[in-house]
Design a protein around this ligand. Structure first.
Ligand code: 3HC
Ligand code: NAI
Length: 706
């Protein structure tokens, strides 16, 4: 063991005999910030200059080799040396350079490894170029070196999907040279270096490899363009990745690198990069809530679900998939048989598609118990109620839970709108009650709103966040109000859509504009998918308390009165002939819309897609600001995550609040004030929005306010 020679605090070098071990130690994931880049470059210069060094070993300290560029630096002025320069220095080394990969070797981290002359992987390594998920492309030679090592098709597929390869797959793909069973990167790496030196393995540069059959590769890339454009749905970087790979095939290596750099800079400057990186960090920040940081979660080893309908069954599947035993309670034998069937059919479908074995289905169903007797859930750690959306029915269920459950059991409700404070206050263990608002289908949708009543114990909140982690959900903390974060904001922008409809835009124009913005579906398509009857029931429930001065559009009621509830009835706002899943415009719906406009004396105007989106988004952002100001959402980023994870908001726009920041809050506020001239009651600017504009600040300033 030689003396440590400090290169920088985050990159250290140490001579092990004649091998210079260069360790990147920049917790938590060794991201390649400026100090790491400087340290690596200095280490490579040291290796060239020092006659005692015969070879170099690159290793990552802690849990990962390297997770890539420090993405917090993007959007800030670049600091030399840039990563391509570091990679050039590594590849250009006159002494063999070996990288030993454990944990994440992603993005720029893998690009560093591809610049080394040899790569060793430990079994737990994951390799990938996931830049596409951040609106980027591999910008430090990844698009030029990966195709040379693993072939054009495999490299392109890896970069377009952003998927990670496990060590074994990376070995087969040619990304690494060797895989060893070890959990100690340094020892394994040194062993491999010695082996190479004994065999007098030469310096071997990826840049010198040639791509076989370039004509076939170019033809294949050409074919991929149309397919990629279709799949990318407006994303900017995928087609640029194809362009880079084409450069790798056609151009000399250095020219390919220049091309890659130019296209990388285009991606870096794109608002999509800002949106996607915001989404990345927001999803990690959202779990940082005061209660979860202050309190310890209670252990959860078993759960009960009350109600085996759409949501109860989906929640049960989510829990079973996480290996948690589930007891489902229903009203009677017939209902519990249906509840069980609802759960079982999810797995039967997977078996039919060949995505699950029958043995695995039996194993998972062995964790499931159906019952009509509350005594059977006396010992469970956590209960999720998913019965009818009726406060009296729910209170009756909670009385039973209060009676039978063991002390300390967490009692959750999946209500969409009801007052959870009132449910909590109706039983003796108010502090144990919380909202766990899953989204349909509950076993698929990522979002879980964790709705915290005023008197909830902090460890109950912490338990909910821990459960979300186990279920692989994206949890967002919400306060109690009608609709919490998501459905409350949805109700408002849906209203804006209804006003547009009555004022002159067709449902098909509105849906197309919303899809054009990047949502998977427009609001009328969503209504048809969810079932028009659900919203109709809510509107009827609220009719008594609706402000008589508020504008109310009756078009959806007219459609529901005909029994047109959407896909499940074959027609709604669209027609679904023969069970079609994609709807067709319906002239009869347009006639209903016309008749309603005539009844209200509205002369229809035309709206461009841009005008539609300005109103739709202004309504969303304005209500989002109110939700933040009231503390229903902790920060604007919680609103963003809610919409990206649960409402199909285009991830590359970061979320509604990020979109507003990027559009400029003064512009959004000016729009709201303009719309308010027509309907001042609906378009009341959120005081928080006005305050931020007056102070020249944005929503993001509240995310980082601590
Ligand atoms: N830069 C800066 N911070 C990063 C980071 C990165 N590349 N990757 C992760 N982090 C941070 C996270 O924000 C988090 O911070 P926090 O503790 O303050 O919230 C912390 O590291 C741990 O991350 P996770 O919570 O995600 O930890 P996991 O163990 O669940 O996952 C991971 C680890 C798989 C490495 C995951 O973090 C990940 O996918 N990171 C991003 C990888 C990536 O996209 N790399 C490409 C970057 S772009 C690039 O390299 C451009 C180049 O081509 C020029
Ligand atoms: P559903 O009607 O499909 O299922 C409700 C089930 O509860 C039925 O199987 C019924 O037999 C059972 N049930 C009723 N009273 C019961 C009782 N006293 N004891 C035991 N079981 C009882 O309803 P769905 O759609 O599953 O909704 C359930 C809850 O989830 C509601 O509060 C709803 O607001 C909420 N929710 C619904 C979403 C959706 O998209 N359907 C999304 C998110 C939340």
């Amino acid at each position: 063991m030689g003396a440590a020679i400090p290169a920088s605090s985050v990159v250290t070098t140490a001579l092990h005999g004649d091998v210079l071990v260069v360790t990147i130690d920049n917790p938590p994931v060794n991201a390649l910030g400026a100090a790491v880049r400087q340290g690596l470059l200095a280490a490579m210069q040291q290796a060239q200059a020092d006659a005692a060094v015969a070879a170099v070993l690159l290793v990552g300290a802690g849990k990962a080799f390297n997770a890539g560029a420090d993405i917090r630096e993007f959007g800030k002025p670049p600091v030399a040396p840039l990563l391509p320069e570091v990679c050039r220095a590594i590849e250009g080394s006159s002494k063999p350079v070996v990288a030993v990969l454990h944990g994440a070797a992603l993005g720029g981290g893998l690009e560093v490894a591809l610049s080394a002359h040899y790569r060793l992987a430990l079994p737990a390594a994951t390799l990938g170029l996931p830049e596409v998920n951040l609106g980027l492309l591999p910008g430090s030679g990844g698009t030029q070196r990966a195709p040379r090592l693993m072939g054009v098709q495999a490299a392109t597929a890896m970069m377009l999907s952003g998927q990670h390869l496990k060590a074994q797959a990376a070995l087969q793909a040619g990304l690494v040279d060797k895989l060893v069973e070890s959990t100690v990167p340094l020892a394994a790496g040194l062993g491999y270096v010695r082996e190479l030196m004994a065999a007098q393995a030469p310096v071997r540069r990826t840049r010198d490899l040639t791509i076989s059959d370039p004509q076939a590769a170019l033809a294949w890339l050409e074919e991929q363009k149309a397919e990629t454009a279709k799949k990318a749905r407006g994303l900017f970087s995928p087609l640029k990745i194809i362009e880079c790979v084409r450069a790798a095939v056609q151009l000399p290596f250095d020219d390919g690198l220049t091309r890659e750099r130019a296209l990388f800079m285009e991606c870096l400057d794109s608002p999509q990069r800002a949106g996607l990186i915001h989404a990345f960090f927001a999803e990690r920040e959202v779990v940082k809530v005061p209660e979860a940081q202050a309190a310890q979660p209670r252990p959860v080893a078993s759960i009960a679900v009350i109600g085996g309908g759409t949501m109860g069954a989906g929640i049960a599947v989510a829990a079973l998939d996480a290996g948690l035993p589930v007891t489902m309670i229903e009203r009677d034998a017939e209902s519990i048989a249906r509840g069980r069937a609802n759960v079982e059919k999810v797995y039967t479908a997977l078996v039919a598609k060949g995505r699950m074995t029958e043995a695995a289905q039996s194993a998972v169903m062995a964790l499931y118990t159906g019952s009509t007797d509350y005594a059977d859930i006396a010992q469970v750690d956590l209960v999720i109620e998913a019965v009818f959306e009726d406060i009296e029915v729910k209170k009756a269920v909670f009385r039973e839970l209060d009676r039978v459950c063991k002390p300390g059991a967490v009692l959750a409700t999946n209500t969409s709108y009801l007052d959870i404070d009132a449910i909590a206050a109706s039983i003796s263990r108010t502090q144990d009650v919380i909202g766990l608002h899953f989204f349909s289908p509950a076993n698929i949708m990522k979002l879980l709103e964790i709705v915290v009543p005023a008197k909830a114990a902090p460890e109950v909140v912490a338990t909910a966040f821990e459960l979300a982690r186990k279920l692989k959900k994206v949890p967002v903390r919400a306060g109690v109000c009608d609709g919490f974060i998501g459905n409350r904001i949805l109700a408002v922008y849906k209203q804006a859509a209804d006003y547009l409809l009555e004022d002159g835009a067709s449902p098909y124009e509105i849906d197309a504009a919303v899809r054009g913005f990047g949502f998977a579906m427009g609001p009328f398509q969503v209504t048809d998918l969810a079932g028009g009857d659900i919203g109709w029931a809510t509107r009827k429930r609220r009719a008594a308390t609706r402000d008589p001065k508020a504008r109310y559009v009756e078009i959806a009621d007219r459609i529901c009165e005909r029994g047109w509830f959407g896909q499940k009835t074959g027609r709604g706002f669209y027609l679904y002939p023969d069970g079609a899943r994609v709807g067709q415009p319906d002239p009869e719906v347009l006639a209903i819309v016309d008749a309603e406009r005539a009844k209200k004396g509205v002369t229809p105007r035309s709206f461009s897609a841009d005008e539609i989106m300005r109103r739709y988004m202004a309504a969303m952002v304005n209500e989002g600001a109110k939700v933040v100001a009231e503390g229903i959402a902790l920060r604007p980023l919680d609103v963003d995550v809610t919409f990206v994870a649960g409402y199909g908001f285009p991830r590359h726009r970061g979320g509604p609040m990020k979109w507003a920041d990027m559009t400029g809050l003064p512009k959004v506020l000016a729009d709201i004030r303009e719309f308010a001239k027509e309907d001042p009651l609906f378009w009341q600017p959120a005081p928080l929005l006005e305050k931020l504009v007056a102070e020249g600040r944005n929503f993001d300033s509240l995310n980082t306010a601590g």
